[in-house]
Ligand binder design. Structure first.
Ligand code: SAM
Length: 326
């Protein structure tokens, strides 16, 4: 089949599947995005990593399996995919995975440490990757080493340049704020955003281990910054996902605050399901006891209808982690 025909066939298939009733959870939240971990392998060892709430992962999904699952998700109204890990670029078939995902959804983006981006950015862009979030938790070499266990600041910077040159934009810089460790660098990160046009994401540090919360000394309260920018920002845009605010500041910096902890608004506006690297649907980062196997169904010969049911079950198990009652 020619590439052109292949796309046409796929498009018809998607249009047909969209007739399925969309995924809506018991709290009225519609699922329109899927966060897919494609591996738990990583070339860094960030000491605080929540590993997307995935522990003891099993066999990774193949590109074909990912394609079949994403096909079903798209038919149920998922339009956006965020690829994560582990480090997604550790997979040698990452370009193939992006190409397959892009057949089904409007936007595929990726969260990465960027170390392997210089060799892959162009191919990823051509395969359909729209943009990247790059984890950059410090601009100081020693602090990066302390956080990631590897002296890699220069490599991350090279990765950011590669993403920029390949047009994987807007680039978002993920900065997990940790009290005393990198919290003093927020002004420098804002300047970097103003200089480069990258969007800075200040992410609340979540201390989560095997579903157990242990809020440690590193927690940094982002609320005062949010209040200040609510008053002072030149413009404020509200994202659909989590109703996160994006502030444009007077010097041209753009900054988003990702503040999930004890935030009922964040949960009330969550439109995301997760897919673990070993093929299980995960209703919430914070919960480890309600995963729904899906690739396992495929491997035992299940058809599309059973996969649809798995999505519906996972959606029915979604509940706001931070609710008024907590
Ligand atoms: N390896 C990739 C990377 O470094 O971006 C993707 C995986 S990583 C788990 C995805 C994002 O989660 C990164 O931006 C990372 O900084 C963030 N993250 C990891 N652990 C976290 C934690 N305990 N609290 C808040 N964010 C965290």
């Amino acid at each position: 089949m020619s590439m052109h025909n292949h796309f046409r066939v796929r498009k018809t298939c998607i249009e047909a599947s969209i007739l399925l009733e969309p995924l809506v959870d018991p709290f009225g939240r519609r699922v329109s995005s899927l966060r897919v971990s494609i591996t738990q392998r990583c070339d860094l060892a960030c000491f605080f990593c929540h590993r997307e709430g995935e522990h003891d992962p099993g066999k990774e999904m193949t590109p074909a399996e990912i394609g079949r699952i994403v096909d079903v998700a798209a038919g149920l109204g998922v339009t956006k995919i965020k690829v994560t890990g582990g480090e997604p670029l550790m997979r040698e078939d990452v370009v193939e995975i992006i190409r397959i995902m892009s057949l089904y959804v409007r936007e595929v983006s990726m969260t990465t440490n960027a170390l392997l981006l210089p060799g892959k950015a162009v191919a990823l862009k051509e395969a359909g990757l729209k943009r990247v979030n790059i984890s950059l938790h410090s601009l100081k070499r020693e602090t990066v080493k302390k956080i990631a266990g590897v002296d890699c600041l220069d490599q991350v910077k090279a990765g950011i340049r590669a993403a920029d040159e390949a047009g994987l934009k807007p680039i978002k810089l993920n900065f997990v704020v940790m009290k005393g460790l990198n919290s003093g660098e927020i002004p420098k990160m804002l300047s970097l955003s103003a200089e480069t046009g990258a969007i800075l994401q200040l992410i609340e540090y979540q201390n989560l281990e095997r579903g157990v919360e242990r809020w440690g000394d590193l927690c940094f309260d982002l609320t005062p910054l949010e209040r200040m920018w609510d008053r002072e920002a030149v413009s404020i845009e509200e994202q659909i996902m989590h109703r996160r605010k994006r502030y444009t500041l007077a010097d041209g910096a753009t900054v988003e605050i990702v503040r999930p902890i004890h935030n009922t608004v964040f949960c009330a506006n969550c439109n995301r399901l997760r897919l673990t690297s070993d093929g299980r649907l995960k209703p919430c980062l914070m919960k480890g006891d309600n995963l729904v196997p899906v690739v396992q169904l495929l491997r035992s010969g299940a058809g599309k209808e059973e996969l649809v049911e798995a999505f519906r079950l996972a959606t029915s198990l979604r509940a706001p982690y931070w609710s008024e009652k907590v």
